[in-house]
Design a protein. Structure first.
Length: 288
């Protein structure tokens, strides 16, 4: 019955996150890594990454190309690079796989391996345990985490719903995530105060494609706790819990696959979110 919650779920509601070690097998992790290697091997560098601009106008066009590429990536498999890894002709200055920051945002819909993982029976069962009635998958990302830190944030800043509390992240470690290579850090219990900042689509004709409304408070570093996790582990992330990752200061990569689920029952997805369902890809049901 939904009344008696497992200790796990109690912990999730208390902290705003939950670590489930060994949720996926090593084989499942390796199959995702192999599939990404295939996708990267066949990747074409997007046109906005290979422009030399000599005029301000060309620079604006390039920025526009880049923002359109991002804004329309919700129903596609697209490539996002670290800064300074491509020359102006779009040639790689470092190995391809190290040049990427992430691939998004519809692996869960268009790639057989990631689709199978996202809708795997154990994920669906976890959704039911969490009491999700009509969960839909809104986006997915493969994160390479070559070196950059990710500043403290709440996922609901980017994926806003009315009411709040309807977004849930599933973060899967495809390699051990350690304090050295940039594991996630959380402020336990920080998911209960709403959100202070939203990223919204900018008015058409604006110089940027999205803008932030509100501001991120200064978080106290001492409140964050690290969540190292082994390969195959899953971290459940409440949409409003504050989390970050530090620089990857190690030699090793820290690959992860992550997807976000929304409880669609009685929920409105904000029309101002950068990500919108499309006729080609309405948000698919998590349950199959």
């Amino acid at each position: 019955s939904g009344e008696e919650q497992s200790p796990h779920l109690f912990q999730f509601h208390k902290d705003g996150f939950l670590v489930l070690e060994q949720f996926f097998s090593a084989e499942e992790c390796d199959s995702m890594r192999r599939q990404i290697q295939r996708i990267v091997a066949e990747m074409e560098v997007p046109p906005h990454c290979r422009t030399t601009f000599s005029t301000r106008e060309e620079e604006q066009l390039q920025q526009q190309g880049s923002s359109d590429y991002f804004l329309t990536s919700g129903d596609k498999i697209r490539f996002f690079f670290e800064k300074g890894v491509l020359d102006e002709k779009g040639n790689f200055l470092i190995p391809k796989e190290k040049s990427l920051s992430k691939i998004g945002h519809a692996l869960h819909a268009y790639d057989p391996v990631f689709k199978q993982i996202t809708h795997s029976p154990k994920v669906q069962e976890l959704g039911r345990k969490l009491g999700l009635e009509r969960p839909v998958v809104v986006q997915s990302m493969y994160i390479f985490k070559s070196f950059l830190a990710v500043t403290p944030h709440q996922d609901a800043t980017f994926l806003h719903t009315e009411p709040l509390g309807r977004i849930l992240g599933f973060w899967i470690a495809l390699e051990d995530a350690t304090q050295e290579n940039g594991c996630l850090w959380f402020i336990p219990g920080s998911h209960t105060n709403g959100i202070t900042r939203r990223m919204v689509r900018a008015a058409s004709g604006a110089s940027t494609c999205v803008e932030f409304v509100g501001s991120e408070p200064a978080y106290d570093d001492k409140q964050f706790i690290p969540l190292p996790i082994n390969k195959g582990g899953l971290i459940l992330i409440h949409g409003e819990v504050v989390h970050k990752s530090e620089l990857n200061s190690s030699e090793s990569s820290r690959h992860a696959f992550t997807f976000h689920v929304m409880e669609a029952k009685g929920t409105t997805w904000s029309k101002e979110n950068w990500l919108q369902p499309t006729p080609e890809l309405p948000f698919p049901s998590l349950y199959t």
